[in-house]
Design a protein around this ligand. Structure first.
Ligand code: EPU
Length: 292
């Protein structure tokens, strides 16, 4: 049986995770492993599976809260450039899982391809965006996905496409451990027109969201037909502070953190928001943010 020690040269022990997340809080990863190829990724995952070691896969850290005690087992990070290649052929765009969504959007626009531009302003990697069907009122990533290469928790690699890809609001049918690569089907358009549409969307987002602060985007999913941000505002929580964490006074569904913030305080604030919204509106908010 293989051992995790076989990967010592690509392993960091007790590696701080806070700097790799947008909220900048939380403890370290017991082992962070950064594979250099898809084969190496598969070998790491198989070894974890054989040894019953828990695996988490880190994306851009923009929708993630790490607890103060950190994460035991293995955190895989696809930081090697091999996982962030982007290429275009006709109207097909292929992107590695670790490519930042913002980079992929700008490559698509340069290539005169429309579709992903509606996602302007969304942080994170392609893999994270696909798994959670990232999007907003202007569109969602799943609408443009043609196929995706995944690695299962047992270390098997395969491609999913067609009716195996089902997307709903902030959910996808892709429940395997890890996305490795994605292919999008886009439409030809004039790069200047796409850029102009993006500029308008970006201005609108910037005026309603605290984009220049430390945050992880929306904390809760919108309950059907409602806006979590509005419910939180109506419950009187905007500006509410616990430690160095605060409910944004710009958008009620954002928590912003300041240096010195603790993950435990973010969790307390989340609890408070849930409780107050439930008391005021009788609505149970569901977390969008992932908690490790
Ligand atoms: N509103 C308030 N108070 C607030 C926030 C919003 O009254 O504090 C009201 C707004 O005035 C508006 C309505 O609620 O009438 C909806 O607000 P907004 O347009 O900001 O959209 P949202 O539903 O709060 C969603 C996504 C965002 C995405 C935007 C724009 C969710 C949970 N949020 O926000 O996604 O950027 O639409 O497309 O679906 C994210 O998922 O992390 C995220 C930021």
């Amino acid at each position: 049986m293989n051992s995790l020690d076989d990967f010592a040269n690509i392993t960091l022990r007790d590696e701080p995770l806070a700097p790799l997340t947008w909220l900048k809080v939380g403890g370290p990863a017991q082992r962070m492993i950064q594979p250099r190829s898809v084969d190496e990724l598969v070998a790491v995952v198989r070894t974890c599976h054989e040894n019953s070691v828990t695996v988490h896969v880190l994306g851009g850290g923009s929708n993630l809260l790490v607890r103060d005690e950190g994460v035991s087992g293995v955190v895989i990070r696809l930081s090697d450039p091999v996982f962030s290649q982007v290429s275009i052929e006709g109207t097909r765009l292929r992107a590695g899982a670790g490519a930042m969504l913002s980079h992929v959007i700008s490559e698509s626009v340069k290539g005169g391809l429309a579709g992903l531009d509606t996602l302007v302003g969304i942080p994170g990697t392609i893999a994270g965006a696909i798994k959670g069907n990232a999007g907003g009122r202007s569109g969602e990533i799943g609408e443009h996905l043609h196929s995706v290469t995944v690695v299962t928790a047992q270390g098997e690699k395969f491609i999913r496409q067609g009716d195996e890809l089902v997307f709903e609001y902030r959910r996808s049918s892709i429940n395997e451990l890890c996305v490795v690569e994605a292919e999008f089907e886009l439409t030809q358009d004039n790069p200047d027109d796409i850029a102009e549409r993006m500029r308008k969307l970006w201005v609108m987002k910037k005026s309603t969201q605290p984009l220049s602060f430390q945050s992880a985007g929306c904390v809760f999913k919108n309950p059907r037909g409602l806006s979590a941000g509005a419910l939180i505002e109506q419950a009187g929580l905007k500006g509410m502070k616990i430690g160095q964490c605060e409910v944004s006074d710009r958008h009620g569904n954002f928590i912003v953190t300041e240096p010195g913030a603790k993950s435990a305080d973010v969790l307390k604030l989340i609890d408070l928001m849930r409780t107050k919204v439930s008391e005021a509106h009788g609505v149970d908010l569901e977390l969008e943010l992932q908690v490790w």
